[in-house]
Design a protein around this ligand. Structure first.
Ligand code: DC
Length: 220
């Protein structure tokens, strides 16, 4: 049996984070959340008052941050320079900042080496936007997880009670547009990816489908 790298890409709130984590658990693989890296860069830029449009300054943040990931009680915890930023990187403001700094080639370049190194040995499930297309083009299995905008907005709104559904949907659409239309490593389904639409599907079904595909590819 050969341990493979699994790339899980897709738009915001497509469920890829939860699905990737659960697939990793089922296979005994490491889970790598590349969105958390962009979020940490966005968070630090916001805190330091660095303009998100400043490519050199945001790339310097990306190159200088030391990341650490660990699982605690089933949750992925993220440290940036030894500070636990797990909760703070999840906010909408930080998500938008992550998407804004992610348009810069120099920021992406600063994170690419770390992401490739984490995937190099296989036995990993990595989620993001460009994993199958750019980060791990030779991944043993590539999944593009999608869901309708309404369904994704409904999921996001459930995670953030009290927020207006239409506003949540508008923010998601804006972020999708920014992630899909950027010049470098845009969100896109790789030609050799398995496309799964999770609209109306239970998380369990999506996880089971991907685990089955992974077992077939790695030789059970
Ligand atoms: O998956 P997420 O919502 O945590 O990602 C936050 C932002 O980071 C997303 O809007 C775009 C950017 N991102 C990226 O450009 N490439 C990745 N591989 C992962 C995330």
């Amino acid at each position: 049996m050969r341990e493979i790298a699994i790339a899980v890409d897709g738009p915001g709130s497509s469920g890829k984070g939860t699905v990737a984590r659960r697939v990793a658990e089922a296979l005994g693989y490491q889970f790598v959340d590349t969105g958390a890296m962009y979020r940490a860069v966005g968070l630090v830029a916001l805190r330091r008052g660095v303009p998100l449009a400043d490519e050199a300054a945001t790339a310097a943040i990306a190159a200088g941050l030391r990341f650490r990931f660990a699982f605690e009680s089933g949750q992925l915890r993220v440290w940036a320079d030894e500070e636990d930023v797990t909760a703070e990187i999840r906010g909408e403001r930080v998500g938008a900042a992550a998407s804004a700094v992610a348009v810069h080639p120099a920021v992406r370049g600063a994170l690419l080496g770390l992401q490739r190194a984490l995937g190099a040995a296989g036995g990993v499930v990595m989620d993001g936007r460009d994993i199958g297309t750019v980060v791990l083009p030779d991944a043993g299995l590539k999944v593009f997880l999608d869901a309708s905008l309404d369904e994704r907005a409904r999921r996001r709104a459930l995670e953030t009670p009290g927020r207006d559904f239409l506003q949540v949907r508008e923010e998601l659409a804006a972020r999708d547009h920014q992630d899909s239309s950027r010049a470098v490593a845009p969100l896109r389904c790789a030609d050799d990816a398995v496309r799964l639409d999770s609209t109306g599907l239970a998380i369990d079904e999506v996880v089971a489908r991907i685990v089955e595909l992974a077992r077939a590819r790695r030789g059970r």
